[in-house]
Design a protein around this ligand. Structure first.
Ligand code: FPP
Length: 244
């Protein structure tokens, strides 16, 4: 099978990685950011079209204030330092989630990075920031209910594609491949609707240890999968099934 067109990653295990080294959790986030940078460049080099990174979940706001602010500062510094490189690498950055909940400074830098890279035509890099899938679905239902209320939408017109086009991921293809590091095997409110037919890959490797060889192993594993989307493999198989 080909390369996944859209890879989505839950970058987990930064805190444990730091703890194993007797360091504060934030040390893991700093190393995790370096890994994210390398993975972004490699996906771009390989010709992956979409890469979505779960950088901060809606639930992450419940972490201690000091950790939240450091994560915000890390993201801000990343954007300040890296935007020019993103442009050079022809990478377009967009955001899903509730960026309006982020600090005004981070929002400003984000807007600048999104604008600076808006004409890039290579990898589409998506940061999920203050992102929660249930919140996204609730927001879509509110939008759709308002369309019905103001008379612009008939309830019969609410189909899958209408729901899809009211999600924050409007215009994005669904993820083909979802990777989660650090041994946890759950989605944690990430792309619940969109990952309906995604292939999943779980690895024990903690995110700060996830290097390019791990990325290649994951992608090679994806290539061995047979994706049927609920159908049978081939029309031959279908014929032999139905003739029995
Ligand atoms: C999960 O590890 C990781 C996060 C909550 C933050 C992820 C953010 C980064 C890697 C920085 C992102 C930077 C860019 C540029 C995208 P955890 O803290 O939950 O680890 P634990 O499960 O071991 O506690």
């Amino acid at each position: 099978m080909e390369l996944p067109a859209h890879i989505a990653i839950i970058m987990d295990g930064n805190g444990r990685w730091a703890k194993q080294r007797g360091k504060p959790r934030t040390f893991g986030h700093v190393k995790g950011t370096r890994v994210a940078k390398k993975v972004i460049t490699e996906c771009s080099r390989l010709g992956v079209k979409w890469l979505t990174l779960y950088a901060f979940s809606a639930e992450n706001w419940l972490r201690p204030q000091a950790e939240v602010s450091l994560l915000m500062r890390i993201l801000q510094r990343y954007l300040e330092r890296e935007t020019q490189n993103l442009v050079k690498e022809n990478i377009r950055l967009t955001v899903i989630g509730e960026p309006e909940r982020l600090s005004p400074d981070l929002q400003k830098v984000l807007e600048q990075s999104v604008a600076a890279t808006s004409k890039c035509t290579g990898l589409n890099l998506v940061f999920a920031l203050s992102y929660g899938s249930r919140q996204e679905i609730a927001a879509a239902v509110q939008k759709i209910a308002a369309q019905v209320k103001d008379g612009t939408l008939d309830p019969d017109q609410i189909d899958e594609s209408h729901i899809q086009s009211n999600l924050w991921t409007e215009g994005m293809p669904d993820p083909d491949f979802v990777i989660r590091t650090s041994g946890e095997q759950r989605l944690s409110n990430f792309l619940l609707w969109q990952a309906a037919y995604a292939e999943f890959y779980f690895t024990e490797t903690l995110w700060p240890d996830f290097d390019l060889s791990h990325l290649h192993t994951a992608i090679n594993n994806y290539r061995t999968r047979s994706r049927r989307f609920g159908r049978l493999e081939t029309s031959d198989e279908l014929l032999s099934e139905t003739s029995h």
